[in-house]
Every structure is written in C-alpha cells, then in structure tokens.
Write a protein that binds this ligand. Structure first.
Ligand SMILES: [Zn+2]
Length: 345
C-alpha cells in the first residue's frame, strides 16, 4: 500500500462523522417495537411533521440547551424522547438522567419503552448489555453504554435525583411530579443543578399540562420562545393555529371531523390534515427567549376520539372533574377553573 493511500485512509478514519439531527437519525435507524407502538417498521418523522422541530431542538446543533414541550399524551412525545435517548447512545454519548414522576413509572418506562427500542433498533443492539445477564452495567434503572450511561429516577425519590453530574436531563411528565422530593426540595431543580458542569448540556422538560397556575410545564413554557404550529388552509393558503371551536362534524358524523378556516370559512375535510401538517411551520411569540418551547395541540389529530370521550357532547351536560383528564390530554392545555371557558378557548 502506498503512503498516499495510507494517509488518505487515516484521514478518512479520523474525519468526524457527518452531522445528523435527531430526526434524521430516527428516520434512518429507529425501528418501532410491536409491543410499544400501534405502528410497526421504521420510524418516519413525515407521519407527524411537527415532531421534526421537537427532535431537532434536542440535536447538538440546536442553539438551545433548554427545550420545553407541552404535548398531549396521544401524539408521540414518548417516542420523540426515546429517539433522543437512542441518538445519545449511538451518536453523542454522555451521562443521562431520565426522571419519571415515580420510581415505578421509571421502571415501566425502562422495561416497556427503552428496552424494546434497544432490542429492535439495529444500531443500538449490543451497545447496552442484556439486562438478563445480571450485569451491574445494565439494570432496569441504570444502563451503561460506551461513553455514557442512562440512569432512570423517580421524582418522588431524592436519592435518585441528587448524585453525579449529568449532561442530559430528560424530565418526563413534569406536571405529575410531587412538590418536593422528600426533604430535598423541588424534584425538577435537583437534576438541572447536576447539569451545571457541562457546557453542552441539554435540559428537556416534557409534559401534558395539568392545573393552570400550578403547571410546571406551563410555567417553563411561558419563559420560552413559545412556539405554536401554524398550518395553511388548502383553499386560501392562510396560515392559522388550529383551534378547538373551529372544528365541526357535518351531519353529526363523529368519524368525519372537518375544520372551518378562520379566514375564508371553507370547511376543510379531515383528509386534508396531512397536506396541512406537512406544510406547517413553528412560529414563536417570544423569539428572543433562551429556551425553546413547543406546544403541540392535536386538534386535527385525535378529535373524533376526543368527542367520544365526552368532551363535547352535543347539547349534553359537562361534568368538570370527569372532563379534566380529557381536556388536559386532548388539548395540551392546563385545566382552567372554569370549564365552560376551556371548551371555547
Ligand atoms: Zn381558508
């Protein structure tokens, strides 16, 4: 082998890997697991285009170190967080702390969501040793991989929150955290303090919102750049945020939700939603904020299901307490004290 070839090969092997965002990584590598997902096969960001900005805010090339996502439970926030965990293991390793509301939630997340991804996504297979090997490097709540580890904690247990420095704090379902982790104080600020020594840290807060005024994710989102997803009307092109009152069900057909354009008043049939979402864009209210905040309202995504849950019963009575879970999970908006106002927000 000539010296030139040797040098060229050495240069190739030393070259940094090409830049890849979290959504690109997921499209290329992530496999969905049958027990954790209604869909099978490869992940496709294009199925839910608004998720691209969420995942790409996680990427090391994003200027943001704090990412706040308000999202309903139906629309894949668990999967986007898993994609980030996979990306970290495969592309940008470092110490990770995943905080779930309770230790039991953390165990479920690890067994039911993380483990299937590690098993079914080829580039992750083998990076974390098999949990059945009774290996201290891979227990349910602690998994080592080359260059880092994922530790999973419950917000109800201070012991898991205050320990070694971490580069990635993934705080899931923060509105279900207790007010205090034992005597140690706020279970959200403890993990964030642990990231202080990493200049390239990422702090991710994700939740369905709960009670307005007491919602952690809402409070964090208000300090962020407050982005919403705007979509164009197929008839007139006017960009708008989809709003609950503009939904209609022609002929009371629950399966046929349609949307009234706020500009041209055209009635947009449900099948156009993919067209609209593909052309949507995130727009900030507060563009100078240091944190990125993305609120995903699933108005056109799950509405026939929401209807069936009793949120908007035609001429029917509303039962505030029983409605509360569906309002929170369906609308990604905290429950206000006056449900009548919630229904027409
Ligand atoms: Zn229009």
């Amino acid at each position: 082998m000539g010296l030139e070839v040797c040098v060229a090969r050495l240069a190739d092997s030393l070259a940094p890997p090409p830049r890849q965002t979290v959504s690109e990584w997921a499209d290329q590598n992530r496999r969905l697991s049958s027990e954790a997902s209604a869909e099978r096969g490869g992940w496709r960001t294009g199925r839910a285009p608004y998720q691209q900005a969420v995942m790409d805010a996680f990427s090391p090339y994003s200027p943001y170190e704090r990412i706040v996502v308000i999202s309903s439970s139906q629309i894949g926030k668990t999967e986007t967080l898993l994609n980030f965990a996979g990306y970290i293991i495969d592309r940008d390793p470092g110490p990770v702390l995943v905080v779930q509301p309770r230790v039991e939630d953390g165990k479920s997340w690890s067994k039911d969501r993380l483990a299937p991804m590690l098993r079914d996504t080829p580039c992750l297979r083998g990076k974390v040793s098999d949990v059945r090997a009774r290996d201290a490097n891979n227990t349910t709540l602690h998994k080592r991989f080359p260059g880092g580890h994922i530790t999973i904690a419950g917000a109800n247990s201070a012991a898991g929150l205050a320990a070694r420095p971490i580069r990635y704090a993934l705080l899931d379902e923060v509105d279900r955290y207790p007010a205090s982790a034992g005597a140690e104080g706020d279970p959200m600020s403890l993990p964030i303090k642990r990231t202080a020594t990493f200049r390239n840290r990422k702090i991710v807060m994700v939740s369905s919102p709960t009670v307005k005024g007491a919602s952690r994710v809402e409070a964090a989102w208000l300090k962020s750049n407050r982005q919403s997803y705007w979509v164009p009307c197929p008839d007139c092109g006017h960009f708008q945020i989809l709003r609950w009152p503009n939904l209609e069900w022609p002929d009371a057909d629950l399966a046929a939700a349609a949307y009234r354009c706020e500009h041209c008043a055209a009635l947009i049939p449900g099948y156009r939603k993919a067209w609209m979402l593909a052309r949507g864009e995130w727009r900030p209210i507060n563009p100078k904020a240091k944190a990125v905040g993305l609120r995903i309202k699933p108005v056109v995504l799950e509405l026939d299901g929401v209807w069936r849950d009793g949120l908007r019963v035609p001429n029917g009575k509303r039962e505030p307490e029983t409605l509360r879970p569906s309002v929170n999970t369906a609308l990604a908006k905290p429950w206000a004290t006056r449900p009548t106002r919630m229904a027409v927000m």
